[in-house]
Design a protein around this ligand. Sequence first.
Ligand code: PLP
Length: 407
Amino acid sequence: MLLSESLLSQRSIKRDPRGFLREEYNRLVSEELDWRIRTLTTNSGPWSVISDRRVLVLCSNNYLNLTNHPLVKKAAIDAIEKYGAGSGSVRAIAGTMSPHVQLEKALADYKRTEASLAYSTGFAANAGLIPQLAGEGDLIISDELNHGSIIDGVRLSRAERAVYKHSDAEDLGRVLNEAEKKNYKHILIATDGVFSMDGDIAPADRIVKQAEEHGAMTYIDDAHGDGVLGESGRGITSHFHIEGRVDVEMGTFSKAFGVVGGYVAGSRDLINYALNKSRTWLLSASHPASVMASCQASLEVVQKEPEHLRKLWNNTRYFKDGLKKLGFNTGSSETPITPVMVGDSSKARRMSEMLFSENVFALPIVYPMVARDKARIRTIMNAGHCSQDLDYALKAFEKVGKSLGII
Ligand SMILES: Cc1ncc(COP(=O)(O)O)c(C=O)c1O
């Protein structure tokens, strides 16, 4: 065959290169599993404006309302004046400015670890570091309900994988005993600290004990424990009094600290290793100095103004009790994340829309984020809510819950 004929026959292949995009989207829409994005036209606060409607926000991770704290905002404005809008590089080349280093020092002091390292996001920390901590000949053991960013980090690793039953330290022990029969070089145990869909807390004290007995490394994602659990919101290690016993404390500034950016905290050896090995750190631009300055201001506020944390927990208790008294099933939540279990995803969606008509913004969480029959409305408290706000929300939940036959 002539070269030109062969090219022609290749071109006649009937392959639709893009059709799957619409097909898959249409499938998600028909199963009511697509995301319908709401746009805020104000700041993220206890109340925000969305679609010209002023709504009570119950689905933001802005636990302490620090996105709106004057010192946190001012730190960013001042840093932009001094350092400009962007960093111009990755951290390893020319993108490390004084605020990056200062934040890492302040964070290590706050977390009571030797050192810390800032990543662009929590997702980037998990996806970049986990595959470097365990590779061929190693084993990673995960809680079955770990966050997607841990799951993706594990997928990028060449290590073998095992899963233990959700929050079940005994089952973890079983997996570790099984692992002793093989000759793994390293074993890494990875878990969320607070589970983001259910609001329950991992038994980190028992996990650490198991890890110590078996010579395994522990990796705890404290994204929802940061600023929320323990003394001054120091997180899960403070909550369980296990400071210094978790090998990798990973977290984010995007939730209770009200800004954005991931981190890991631990020994100096860990940080030296992480910054030389994590591709998401080495090959991705650093945050502008303004972000680092805001994060540092947040850490200061959390420690100097305990009233935000107190308010968050008072609100949490009040709202959770109110939901339970109304007859809602709030699952196994122990934290400001309180799911309102609905079951069916279409019903959860309808509930969210009806709440929105009542000026309450609370989103449905559906498959694949949770099992197909475990759809829910996930509510998250904000320290900026007052008791009238919470009563307002509870009234709306009561009205909508009754009309949908949930209570
Ligand atoms: C448990 C957990 N880990 C990691 C992340 C990712 O954090 P970030 O928003 O900083 O990427 C999230 C955010 O959804 C989370 O809930």
